[in-house]
Design a protein around this ligand. Sequence first.
Ligand code: NAP
Length: 276
Amino acid sequence: MTIDLQGKVIVITGASSGIGAATAIECARAGMNVVLNARRAERLESVAEQVRAAGGEVDTVVGDVTDAGISARLLDAAQQRFDRFDAVFANAGYGFKKPTHEVAQEQLRHIFEVNFFASVDLINAAANRLIQQKRPGHLLMCSSCVAKFTLPGYSAYTATKAAQNHLCRAMGIELEPHGIFVSSVHPITTTTEFFEVSQRLGGGGSAAGKSAPAPGHAPKLFVQTPQRVARAIVRCLRRPRPEVWTSLTTRAVAAAMTLVPGFMDVVMRRAGRADG
Ligand SMILES: NC(=O)c1ccc[n+]([C@@H]2O[C@H](COP(=O)([O-])OP(=O)(O)OC[C@H]3O[C@@H](n4cnc5c(N)ncnc54)[C@H](OP(=O)(O)O)[C@@H]3O)[C@@H](O)[C@H]2O)c1
């Protein structure tokens, strides 16, 4: 089954840069209209211009994904401007590097609020509206390859990504009878602002600050562009599947690490040493 995306509408959070921005532009190229969200208004407007140049109509909603009522505002914006929404991509997220025992409760709760709870809130709100309207749809969340294995120093971040993955897999089956697809997206190291933000938020803990698997440090095989992720997402919108992967090698390594947890520790210890 191939879905025609012409005239369909997608709501994307975290659309002012990186994967969210690239996905918005790629969706417009595929004939979709988009509603964009992020906190930085000017950056969002610049992405909106690129969406228009790619042939899409666009609306923007500036705000933090943890703001009360933001999910309803985003879906309302789509319905008011386009009279519909067909897909939602809960993509806003961030990471930081800090040993687990140095992560303050507030920091742990905040990363779960942004990466997990806000994504779930949007996906749930979208699911409930689609069910009420008796319309099919596609709900996507930006998880990560680290949903399947953890990274020392990034346990808080990887835990949010694993939680997103689990929730999406269950929801996909729950929503099948309603004709609603649910997909989690699992990018590998992607050349975005993610690593600058991560560095900034890591703070001064004992193992913080150094750049872990940042694009400049990771082997080329494990680095990709946000445009590559965006193209994979559009392919998934056309032909829905439960998980979007952009690296077969990483997927295989993840499977091996699940099968043999001791192997995961050996790989991660080495990665930690290389990172300094
Ligand atoms: N880059 C990678 O290697 C990689 C790998 C796997 C998964 N991912 C995932 O990909 C997603 C997108 O990240 P990216 O790599 O594209 O990084 P990015 O360039 O830093 O983009 C993050 C986006 O999220 C927005 N955002 C962050 N916190 C927000 C909040 N509280 N409310 C609203 N918007 C917020 C940012 O916009 P504002 O600052 O303007 O709000 C920005 O548009 C994340 O979920 C990340 O976990 C990234």
